[in-house]
Design a binder for this molecule. Sequence first.
Ligand code: ADP
Ligand code: MG
Length: 729
Amino acid sequence: MSNVRFRALESLNSRPPVKVEAPSNKISDYFGINVFNNEAMLKFLPKNAYKAVVSAIETGEKIDRKIANDIAHGMKEWAISKGAKHYTHWFQPLTGTTAEKHDSFFEMDGESSFEHFSGGSLVQQEPDASSFPSGGIRNTFEARGYTAWDPGSPAFIMESLNGKTLCIPTIYVSYTGETLDNKAPLLKAQHALNTAAVPVAQYFDKDITRITPTLGIEQEYFLVDTALFHARPDMEVTGRTLFGHAPAKGQQLEDHYFGSIPSRVNAFMHDFENEAYKLGIPLKTRHNEVAPCQFECAPLFEEINLAVDHNQLLMDLMDKVARRHYFKVLFHEKPYAGINGSGKHNNWSMSTNTGKNLLSPGGNPKSNLMFLTFFINTIKAVYEHADLLRASIASAPNDHRLGANEAPPAIMSVFLGAQLSQVLDDIEKKVGTVKMSIEEKTALKLNIGKIPEILLDNTDRNRTSPFAFTGNKFEFRAVGSSANSSGPMVVLNTIVADQLRHFREAVDALIDKNIKKDEAILRVLREYIVETKNIRFEGNGYSDEWVEEAKRRGLSNYKTTPEALDAYVTPKSLKLFEENGIFSHRETEARHEIMLETYIKKIQIESRVMGDLAQNHIIPAAFRYQNFMAGCVNKLQNCGLKEDSYATQLKLIRDISNHISHIQTGVDEMIEERKKANKITDVRKRAFAYCDKVRPYLDVIRKHIDKLELIVDDEMWPIVKYRELVTIR
Ligand code: ADP
Ligand code: MG
């Protein structure tokens, strides 16, 4: 018997680890060799061009067109010296992936040919962009968008088997100036945060003139053999399994997490890490994750814009390198039901030009008050905009993960740890009720001078919180593994920027009433502590009790993407984005529409694939087995046996009929619901229809398919089973 499943399994045999050589014994020898970094710029750019780039990076100063020509020339010379013949603007449209359009440096003038790269081509390009999502902003008659160079993220060279390409990170905007990508709003949010945070930091330290958000992205992923992956059309098309009975041994033993990394996987890891180092991605950590075949990698943190670019690049790289090792990387949030999903923990903080981490408590009361200021303002920001933060991580795949028993709930809360909870409780109790000198308030009575040693204690960790303070940074854990971190980071940086502006206004108002600065700061912080108590939660976020408790506290719990996304277009959010210079109303509404469209498409595709597989693979296989059984019964009857000797067979035949009929009805009804949904013109209503009317059929049909998988002869089952998928040979 040979079906797709067996052919795939046979082709596996044993796959030996693929040998790759690192370019050198020391990572530092080849780190960033494919990046147009400081060293390369010093070598290839004339002095004034170099200075222009540096000041563009540091102050956002515009680069003169003439100088752009010099920069382009130097960049081209460097790229050619590295073996690149082509260049591309590399950008992040709202499709969720990265996009490129390649041109060669090659030019002709009459008979003569030469290599050329102009400042104009470096600074701006017009990709044929009519197919990128624009949420109604770009009608076909103005179907022009352009990409514009982001000097803050260095150009790099992508290697492929037969050639190399110079990639220039860019933003992507419509002809009329609206942002159509993930990078432009992030740069704006970064700018907004800097503008709002510097004056607050200057209450404490006048030397602080620039504040940059920092981000370290932990990336979880699954690996599956390519042969098995391609034998499952649902995985190929949707990135996840739409059905499959749970394996006898899943993750109950939790032996994978602490186990050694399989050698084939290890070979893959070394390979993509080498490639990442060449591109200046500072990977630091690799390990097994909880679920079988699940792994994680994490880099050293970087300035936020770079961290997001690097994560996008890394995902792309991992996908490419995996092919050499006969692996497919699954970035989907929930490839397998009943097995842990994957996240992308966003570790976030703010760093100053003086080298200080604003979320790291210092050794003296004054710097601790500064720490508390940024710490409490972040909590207040999350409290004020919890729904928007929830919306920022909403996606069809992440719906499977949030609120499942191994992932942060869809309820937003903040974890502080026992130590800091105590500090906040103390401030709440003491300030304003007891007369104290400023020094006493800040240092002594509040004990805030003692924070540092205890803070970085690893035992005071809560792995079940969606937004946890982890010693010197906040970790936004609810972000999905396939997401572009820009979405949630735009929201986080914007809400903190907005909050810091309000904080400054409140403190200044008190100072104007002759209240001393420290006292004023503490008073406002105390108000915030009292106000935001509801959002603080130190317990088990995965428990049912928390769902109840959160309800009592009045916290929202939006379980599905369409309802969560509404938070983007409330008057409050529209105002927030506009006032902080991130999105106009039109831009926010367009994004909302694009996210709804994406949701609809994902469910629509899953539903179609489910229907096809059920009809063309599952039902025929079940019929074959049923037919075989019926033949058995017939023969037994012919032998003159009584019914009780083939009762089991008869029951099986009936059970199979029963499941087949449920599957068939499910598929038919699902198609009807899809047809109805497709007729709805309002995109929000259509998304709700897909969510509430179409999507439930995926579960109904699945239930019966999974039952059939248990009944039907293994030899006849055509779809690769879970136990086969989650084993690495
Ligand atoms: P964990 O704390 O989750 O056990 P790590 O200490 O390795 O693991 O940190 C996870 C990620 O947090 C890493 O990418 C790390 O670089 C990042 N990180 C550490 N400090 C900061 C910071 N100040 N700002 C942003 N990210 C940070
Ligand atoms: Mg972590």
